[in-house]
Structures are given as structure tokens and as C-alpha cells.
Design a protein around this ligand. Structure first.
Ligand code: AN7
Length: 419
């Protein structure tokens, strides 16, 4: 099929670029780039075409920058469950709460949606080497997709600040893992510089093709809600790529006449790493970066989010907003998801649900609204945080009596030590 189904466009000055060019930001003004589609080339019967395929990223090929699905570097990404959370919604005082569990993706996070497209693009562009900076999940995902594609992979991570499971993934998939004595923002700055000078393809979310994959979460939600968008869509925010991507997805559905109304986008940042949320709250015209971000949710320990302009637009265009949550609120939401809904998510993922709980208390969400929270990554990526927080299981003699006694005695194993 036609490779030139799309083009790149600067979100600031409108300059257009060919999708065959290796480019991450506008050469004229430095603005972020967006992937746009020739409207006349989009089939009018998208719904009919999509319905025939399983729920997955590649179901939506007509609105992806790679038309030839045969070439896709795929591990079976997307198609994640949209859980109707009855127990949790009752607890929070809401009628309809859904949680989209992105931890079900092949490497355990939403990043796989982007990497299947981004790494396929790397092959199309003839690149042999790929790289990223990462708080963990991006590196785990890129390492896996690069392995599948046979590409050399480099990942830069902040030393000592990446959850154990994610580091393990990058190592086993054979990436060259480089720990820097610095934070994520510094790692990203370095890798951007390297990729601008060498033949290494950058796969952080400044890469607009990656975000195209991530927008499919919006398409899936619409399909899973029988053709509708929710009232509110709540998503954890770090580098701010995902909230921008999901908003783009909903806008495209709207432009195609496939949804009747758009959701309000709500971004949640951790208190110690909340440059966008805080700047929006103070009505600043620009985002004031946080120099030393800190949070238990290491995945979103980001002070200089590269996609802040796209994210601010997403929030403003959708009449949404951003909110912050404390580490204690994040960990409480992680526990609620696990113990009310059977969903084990990593701390950053729980930020969306922590935000929901806070917003309900503040009266910002009506109990009749349909809310979708995105939970972004699997809990097994960061088991340390759980073991630190919860009491160790009791150990008893191997006798029926001792076990029965343990079963009836308090405290139970799964109790929180301290928040
Ligand atoms: C679980 O892996 O930035 O706002 O380098 O792993 O699109 O950045 C991870 C981000 C939310 C924030 N939840 O998404 C990385 C990285 C989880 C994450 C985010 C991340 P963006």
C-alpha cells in the first residue's frame, strides 16, 4: 500500500515534512511534530474494516503511519481489558468506573503500543540502531521490540532509580544499558543530542510515530464502550506523551464522525514531579520545569516533560485539567486496585486512580459520569515497593494446628506497615 499515507507537521509553525525523513522536531522553529493523514485517503467505512480485526493496535492500521501490517514488528500489543470496576466505584461513590489495564501489554506497559509502530518505522527508515532514555518502561519495551527486529539497542537510565523488573527486562533482551549519574531529564537530553548527530534512531515520545501507536488506546476504549467516549479520561502524566496521544486518538475519531462527543482529559502528576499540573494551576503561559523531581512512582519521576505543549493543548482543548497526588495517595490507590479489583499495577499507574479519588472528594467529578482511568504498567515491575510497605507473611510450623491458628490470628499477612 501507499507509504506516503501521512506527513509530519510542526504543531507550532505548521511546516510539513516527509515521513521518510529522520526528524524529531521542526528544523525551522524547534516545535514538536505531529503525524497527519491525507483526509482523502482515509477510507469512509473505517468501522466496517476495523470490526473484522481483533482488538489490537494493528486493528487501526488505516490511521497508523505504516499501512503494510505484514511489515509490523509486533508482539501482540494492545487489546487490553477495560475493566468495569464495580467494587471500587462503590467505594469511591461513582456509578460507572472503568480501568483500562495497560499492564496486559507484552512487556507490561502501554509503551508497547508506541514501540510496535516506532520500531517498525525504524526499519522502514533503514536504521540499524535505536536508543532511548527511560525511567524504566520505555527501555524495557524498546529492548524487546529491538530484539524482535534485530536492531542494536541502547538505553540510558537514571542510576538507582529504575524499578528492578524493568531493568531486568532491558538486560535480558540484550540492550546496552547505560546508567547515568543523573536523572531522567538529563538522560533524555544526552540521548537526544547523540541521536541528532549519529545514525541512531530516537524512540522517546518526542518521536511522533511512537505516539501514533499510543493513540490506539482511545480507539480501543471507544470500541469497548460500544462506540462512545467516556465523560472523563484520567491518565498518569510523566513526559506527557501518552495524554497527548490519547487525545489525538479521540479527536481523530470525532473528525471521522465515529464518536458524538469528546471526553475531558485529566492528567495526574505526582506532587514531587508536577511541572505541568502546577503551572496550569497557576495559569502560567509556559511550564516551569522541576529541577529535582522526586516520587515513589519512579516511572513518572520527570521534571522537564518533553511533550508539555501537546499535553497542555490536550487539556485545554478538551476542557480538562491536571491535578497532583501525593505518594501516600498513590500507594493507597495501588492497594485499592489490588484489593478491590484484582488489578496489580505499578505506583505510577495508580496515580490515575489516586487522582480520581481526590477529584471525587473535591467535587470535581459527578457520580453519574462515566470515567475511564488508564493504568499504565504492571505491578510486578516494581515488587520492592510492595515488600517494603506490607508486612511479611507469617511463618509457622508445618502442622495443621499451627496453620489454623495463623489463619485465625491477627494481624493478617496483607496489612500495611505504614503509609
Ligand atoms: C507506568 O519509561 O517516561 O506521560 O521512560 O512508565 O507518556 O511519559 C515512562 C512513563 C506513566 C508516563 N505510567 O507517561 C519511561 C517513561 C508509567 C510510565 C508514564 C510512564 P508519559
Amino acid at each position: 500500500m501507499d507509504r506516503f499515507c501521512c506527513f509530519l507537521k510542526c504543531i507550532e509553525c505548521g511546516q510539513e515534512y516527509s515521513p521518510q525523513e529522520v526528524i524529531y522536531t521542526c528544523h525551522k522553529c524547534g516545535g514538536l511534530l505531529s503525524v497527519e493523514y491525507e483526509k482523502s485517503k482515509i477510507p469512509s467505512d473505517l468501522d466496517e474494516i476495523w470490526k473484522k480485526r481483533p482488538l489490537s493496535v494493528w486493528r487501526y492500521a488505516e490511521l497508523l503511519p505504516i499501512r503494510n501490517k505484514e511489515k509490523a514488528v509486533s508482539l501482540g500489543e494492545g487489546g487490553t481489558n477495560l475493566n468495569r470496576c464495580k467494587r471500587l466505584s462503590e467505594k469511591l461513590g461513582l456509578k460507572r468506573l472503568y480501568v483500562k489495564n495497560e499492564g496486559e501489554n507484552p512487556t507490561g506497559s502501554f509503551k508497547d503500543r508506541g514501540m510496535t509502530v516506532g520500531v517498525t518505522m525504524a526499519l522502514e527508515l533503514g536504521m540499524k540502531k535505536v536508543a532511548c532514555a527511560s525511567t524504566g518502561n520505555t527501555s524495557a519495551s524498546l529492548a524487546a521490540y529491538a530484539a524482535k527486529a534485530g536492531l542494536e539497542c541502547f538505553v540510558l537510565i537514571p542510576s538507582g532509580k529504575v524499578a528492578f523488573g524493568k531493568l531486568t527486562q532491558a538486560i535480558i533482551h540484550g540492550a546496552k544499558v547505560i546508567q547515568i549519574r543523573g536523572n531522567f531529564d538529563e538522560a533524555l537530553k544526552i540521548v537526544r543530542e547523540i541521536c541528532s548527530k549519529h545514525l541512531v534512531y530516537l524512540l522517546n515520545s518526542v518521536n511522533p510515530f511512537r505516539l501514533e501507536g499510543q493513540k490506539t488506546a482511545a480507539f480501543e476504549i471507544r470500541d469497548q464502550l460500544s462506540g462512545e467516549a467516556p465523560d472523563k479520561l484520567i491518565v498518569p502524566v510523566g513526559n506527557a506523551g501518552n495524554i497527548s496521544a490519547i487525545w489525538k486518538g479521540f479527536k481523530e475519531l470525532y473528525e471521522q464522525g465515529m464518536i458524538e462527543r469528546l471526553p475531558q482529559m485529566i492528567g495526574i502528576q505526582a506532587e514531587g514531579a508536577a511541572p505541568i499540573a502546577n503551572s496550569l494551576k497557576h495559569s502560567l503561559t509556559t511550564v516551569k520545569f522541576v529541577k529535582n523531581p522526586e516520587t515513589v512512582a519512579t516511572a513518572i519521576r520527570i521534571g522537564a516533560p518533553v511533550n508539555w505543549k501537546k499535553a497542555v493543548r490536550a487539556v485545554k482543548e478538551s476542557c480538562g485539567f491536571m491535578e497532583t497526588v501525593s505518594d501516600a495517595e498513590i500507594l493507597e490507590a495501588q492497594k485499592l486496585l489490588a484489593q478491590y479489583e484484582g488489578l496489580f499495577v505499578e505506583p505510577a499507574s495508580a496515580a490515575s486512580v489516586a487522582g480520581l479519588a481526590k477529584l471525587i472528594q473535591m467535587g470535581q467529578i459527578d457520580r453519574d459520569e462515566t470515567v475511564v482511568c488508564i493504568v499504565t504498567g504492571h505491578g510486578l515491575k516494581d515488587p520492592d515497593i510492595v515488600l517494603k510497605r506490607f508486612r511479611k507473611p507469617v511463618e509457622v510450623e508445618a502442622t495443621t494446628e499451627a496453620v489454623v491458628q495463623a489463619m485465625t490470628s491477627k494481624p493478617q499477612a496483607a496489612q500495611v506497615l505504614a503509609s
